[in-house]
Design a protein around this ligand. Structure first.
Ligand code: ARG
Length: 461
């Protein structure tokens, strides 16, 4: 290593030390060091290919590979000594390889640029993150299925506008989240598939002057094929957008779950108690059990969505090919992946440990006003057009609510002609509202059982 300026592995035009503030702005090591496993893997694949193609002598290739083994060990054991001039993880690793392997180390970067190198590392990271996130999504979906099984026939109100709408089964409500998560998994799988084109071999932008074997490198690193266009290869960060989009939608789903857990665990609802391990006490009020984790499910989502928006901003109108702007892909990607992982683990913990209050939910679900639609349907069964029936029942609701009574308290003389007290009483029996929702995907118990089977099979697919 020359002493001309910190690092300066590639100091062709510049002399002397860069301004300290420029270095602080420009260096990415603080956040891109976590790419090291991918950087080592691609350097190995690249060195092997260079050897196999006769671009680098076997002895030099072996020296490089041995140095990479040492580098990997040092990094894994957290005793890799970073140097003040290490601008990013790629420079740091190459510097160390050169220290260890001598002049042979200087041959590692043959037929490679940091432009195709960083794109390759980010693609590898994105693919791994997509798979790891999908596994966490599956874990949460499995926990929701478990909770649905444990509360198969427990009723609670279903809401629209946060007003009691129609009673549903808790299992049905929990399964709604499972379908959302299964769509998230699809999006994550799509993002993983979008990393299939290997950037490495594109060089700086135009290709390289050597007879490389890009297909071999692609095969070794698990890419489907070499990227067909070197210009696109070093410019492309679409797969990061795809992952951030999948993460944003998933986080938004979790924000809705978090929000419901906050409401449900309040004294006002009292539908569930969250596990101690996922709540906190108050420093002042001894009676408090705060649903912090559920609140953070709500609040992390916009942060993850903002990362997606920010990367769209970075890529917007960016001239081809590589621009330093692209270095700004990483913090958005990393933070989104980390935040979402924490949220998925927390959501799972809360779903697994939440204790539901069957009586409390049943009481809320037995407000017979929520059977108003069923009463209208009873009239429909007697040939009354639905719109007309709706008006008639609205009149009954006004009469009941106006005098502080339930629908079931209405006197026979208050019921309009085709309705008889006995059948009205039957329709207003809480369980019958649930049993009546027999349509596919509805909340009648046999339909929910059927749905549970489908969800289980879909999760396993
Ligand atoms: N740290 C850079 C990044 O993350 C690596 C690529 C640098 N390439 C360059 N031509 N300066 O994007």
């Amino acid at each position: 290593m020359s002493t001309q300026g910190p690092s300066r592995l590639s100091a062709a035009r510049t002399a002397g030390d860069p301004d300290a503030a420029f270095q602080a702005l420009n260096d990415s090591l603080a956040f891109d060091r976590r790419l090291w496993p991918h950087d080592v893997a691609q350097s190995r694949a690249h060195a092997r290919m260079l050897g196999a193609q006769g671009i680098v002598a076997d002895a030099d290739r072996d020296a490089i590979l041995a140095a990479l083994d040492t580098v990997e060990l040092e990094l894994r054991e957290e005793r890799f000594a970073f140097a003040p001039g290490d601008e990013d993880i790629h420079m740091a690793i190459e510097r160390r390889v050169t220290e260890l392997a001598g002049p042979a180390g200087g041959r590692l970067h043959t037929a490679r640029s940091r432009n195709d190198q960083v794109a390759t590392d980010v693609a590898l990271f994105t693919r791994a993150a997509a798979h790891e996130t999908a596994a966490l999504v599956e874990g949460l979906a499995g926990a929701l299925i478990g909770a649905a099984e444990r509360h198969l026939d427990w009723a609670l109100p279903g809401y629209t506008h946060l007003q009691r709408g129609q009673p549903v089964l808790l299992s049905h409500h929990l399964l709604a989240y499972v379908w959302m998560l299964l769509r998230d998994r699809e999006r994550l799988r799509f993002a993983a598939a979008q990393t299939g084109a290997l950037p490495l071999g594109a060089g700086a932008l135009a290709g390289v002057n050597f007879a490389t074997d890009r297909a071999a490198v692609a095969g070794e690193l698990g890419f489907a094929h070499p990227a067909p266009n070197s210009i696109d290869a070093v410019s492309n960060r679409d797969f990061v957008l795809d992952l951030l989009h999948a993460a944003s939608t998933c986080a938004t789903h979790l924000s809705r779950l978090g929000s419901e857990l906050v409401l449900w665990s309040s004294a006002e609802f009292g539908f569930c108690e969250l596990p101690d391990a996922w709540t906190s006490g108050s420093s002042l009020m001894p009676q408090k059990k705060n649903p912090d984790a559920a609140e953070l499910l709500r609040a992390k989502a916009p942060r993850i969505v903002a990362h997606l928006g920010a990367l769209h901003g970075v890529l917007h109108a960016l001239p081809l090919t590589y621009n330093k702007d692209l270095q700004e892909d990483k913090e958005h990607l990393f933070d989104a992946v980390d935040a979402l992982a924490l949220c998925l683990v927390a959501a799972r913990g809360m779903v697994e440990g939440a204790v539901f209050d069957r009586e409390r939910m049943a009481a809320a679900a037995s407000d017979d006003l929520t059977a108003a639609t069923d009463l209208a349907d009873l009239l429909v069964g007697k040939g009354v057009p639905f719109r007309e029936a709706h008006g008639v029942v609205a009149g009954l609701v006004r009469a009941a609510v106006g005098s502080g009574r339930a629908l079931g308290d209405l006197r026979p003389d208050e019921l309009p002609a085709p309705l008889e007290l006995g059948e009205v009483a039957e329709v207003l029996r809480p369980q019958s509202w649930l049993d009546a929702k027999v349509s596919e995907g509805g909340t009648a118990l046999p339909r929910v059982r059927e749905q549970l089977e489908r969800a289980r099979a879909a999760l396993a697919a």
